[in-house]
Design a protein around this ligand. Structure first.
Ligand code: ATP
Ligand code: MG
Length: 230
C-alpha cells in the first residue's frame, strides 16, 4: 500500500512524438491543481488522447517533464502511478470474462458488495441486473456483446472502485442514445467528485461541469477558460 497523494498534475514544457511520427506536441505547459476538473476539447488528431497516453505514462515525454504532486513521475514506478491514477480510455479496456470480474479489475480484493455499490453509483446496476446472469454475465474480448454506453458504464464502475486520487477520462466518440447519455453524464459527476480529473470531452454536457476548459489545436493550447468564458 502506498501513501496517499494530493493529486496535483503538472506538465512542464512537454514535447512528444510517437516513434514513427512527427511532433504531436511541443512546449506543452499545463497545471491541474488537486481536486480540480479540467476538460479538454479540440479537433480530431489535435493530440488529446496523446496527453492521456502521457499522463498515464503509456508513453513518456520526449522532452520536458510530468510532475505528480511535484515529483517527476519517472522517479516513481508504474505501480505507484497506477495505484493513484485511474483511467477510462476512448475504447473501453474490457476483457473476456464476467461483468463482475471486469469491475473487480479496478480493485482486486473488492467484495461483491463493493462491486454492486460501485455499479449502482455509476448507473450500471440496472442494466446489469436485467441480464439473466446479472453480474456473472460473460462478455467477450473488448466488451463485445455490450453497447458502447454499457461498456463505458462498466469501465466507470471499474475506475470508481479503485478510488484513485486522479482520474483520466477519454470520452467515447461513438454515438450513444439519449437515455444512456444521461446515465453517463450523471455517472461522470460521481466519478469526478473529490479527485483531480482530466477529461477529454466530446460532449457539451461534460464540459459544463469542468472547472476549466482547454481548447487544443495542433498539440497546443489555443484557448482556456471556464464554460461561461469560452
Ligand atoms: P480524436 O479526437 O480523434 O480522438 P485526438 O485529439 O485524441 O483525436 P491523438 O490520438 O492524440 O488525437 O493523435 C494526435 C496525433 O498523433 C495524430 O496525428 C495521430 O495520427 C498521431 N498518433 C496517435 N496515436 C499514435 C500512435 N500510437 N502512433 C503514431 N502516431 C499516433
Ligand atoms: Mg482521441
Amino acid at each position: 500500500n502506498w501513501e496517499p497523494i494530493k493529486g496535483d498534475i503538472e506538465l512542464i514544457d512537454v514535447g512528444f512524438h510517437y516513434k514513427t511520427g512527427e511532433k504531436v506536441m511541443e512546449h506543452m505547459n499545463l497545471k491541474i491543481e488537486a481536486g480540480n476538473s479540467i476538460a479538454i476539447v479540440g479537433p480530431t488528431g489535435s493530440g488529446k488522447s496523446t496527453i492521456v497516453n502521457l499522463i498515464c505514462r503509456f508513453y513518456e515525454p520526449t522532452s520536458g517533464q510530468i510532475l505528480i504532486d511535484g515529483v517527476d513521475y519517472r522517479e516513481r514506478t508504474q505501480e505507484w502511478l497506477h495505484s493513484h491514477l485511474g483511467y477510462v480510455l476512448q475504447t473501453p479496456q474490457l476483457f473476456s470474462g464476467t461483468i463482475k470480474e471486469n469491475i473487480r479489475y479496478g480493485k482486486l480484493d473488492a467484495t461483491d458488495e463493493e462491486i454492486i455499490e460501485a455499479a449502482k453509483l455509476v448507473n450500471a446496476h440496472e442494466f446489469i441486473t436485467h441480464y439473466p446472469d446479472g453480474y456473472e454475465t460473460v462478455i467477450g474480448e473488448g466488451g463485445s456483446g455490450l453497447s458502447t454506453g454499457q461498456k463505458q458504464l462498466i469501465s466507470f464502475a471499474r475506475a470508481l472502485i479503485a478510488n484513485p486520487a486522479i482520474l483520466i477520462l477519454d470520452e467515447a466518440t461513438a454515438s450513444i442514445d439519449i437515455e444512456t447519455e444521461k446515465l453517463i453524464q450523471d455517472a461522470i459527476q460521481v466519478l469526478l467528485k473529490d479527485r483531480t480529473s482530466f477529461i477529454i470531452a466530446h460532449r457539451l454536457s461534460t464540459i459544463v461541469n469542468a472547472n476549466q476548459i482547454l481548447l487544443l489545436k495542433n498539440g497546443e493550447i489555443a484557448e482556456k477558460g471556464t464554460h461561461a468564458e469560452l
